[in-house]
Structure formats: C-alpha cells, structure tokens
Design a protein around this ligand. Structure first.
Ligand code: RB5
Length: 147
C-alpha cells in the first residue's frame, strides 16, 4: 500500500518507528515530516499528508502528534478526509468498517508504541463494510463539506 505519514515534534520517534516497520513490511511510505524534535506546527504536516490522500496520490494516511488530537482536527479540514483518532484496535477496525476512514491519527503521549503498531495493522487490514447505512452516513459527511 502507498501511505503518507506525518507528525509533529511530539511524535517524531513514533512516526519514524512506525514508518520503518511499514517499510519493512513492503509498504511504500511518503514521509511528510517532521524531521526532528524541534518544535513545529502540526497543521503544516497534517495538511501535507492529507493533501496526498485527498488527491489520490496515496491510498491511506497516518498522522501522529502528542495526543493525536490536533493533527487529526487539522487533517479533517482537508476535503474528502476522514481521519480517525484511535487509541485501540477496536476503534481502528470499526472506523474502517463503519466510517471508511482514509487517515489514522494516534498520540505518542497517550498510546504505547506496541498498541500503535497493532492499531496500524488493524487499520490497514480492515476493509470498509460497504454497508448501505454506512455509505449513506459517509455521503452525509461529504454533504457537510460543501455547506
Ligand atoms: C505539541 O506541543 C502538542 O500540542 C501536539 O503534539 C498535540 O498534542 C496537539 O494536539
């Protein structure tokens, strides 16, 4: 799978560790930064990864910050993005099945690295359910974007 990844300084370590894990597993990763532990603004990095997802340049996006909150809020401002902040595997599976989430957000200060690895695998491996009620709800989300 082709995956865009991004983080701020609060999750630089996790982004690198998860990026390397996914590369080793054969995924193609576009690393949108950041590239160090110096303080940066998470919206800049969220925008870079989310734009690659929304234009179809990549299949999925994974973004991280201290809590996963700021970077998910920012990613969700990009048209077509459904970025889900997940803290466990159940959330990752359900957001793929029900919301067809195209981006995953996690927090380095709030979730352990092993759990994050499990979350990433669940997110990437779970297909959208294609359920009629879920499709209808996702269409309603898209309608809100054009208000
Ligand atoms: C950065 O200090 C911190 O605010 C950020 O990583 C994130 O937790 C924001 O939601």
């Amino acid at each position: 799978m082709k995956i865009a990844m991004a983080c701020d300084h609060g999750a630089y370590q996790y982004k690198n560790e998860l990026r390397d894990m996914l590369k080793n597993e054969g995924h193609e990763i576009i690393d949108c930064g950041c590239d160090g532990s110096a303080s940066v603004d998470y919206p800049d990095y969220a925008k870079a990864a989310a734009t690659l997802v929304s234009t179809g340049a990549v299949d999925k996006g994974i973004v991280l910050c201290g809590t996963g909150i700021g970077i998910s809020i920012a990613a969700n401002k990009v048209k077509g993005i459904r970025c889900a902040l997940c803290t466990d595997v159940t959330m990752a599976k359900l957001t793929r099945e029900h919301n067809d989430a195209n981006m995953l957000a996690m927090g380095q200060r709030t979730t352990g690295i092993e759990t994050c690895k499990d979350i990433v695998h669940a997110f990437l491996e779970t297909p959208f359910s294609e359920g009629e009620r879920h499709i209808k709800r996702i269409e309603k989300i898209s309608e809100i974007e054009s208000l």
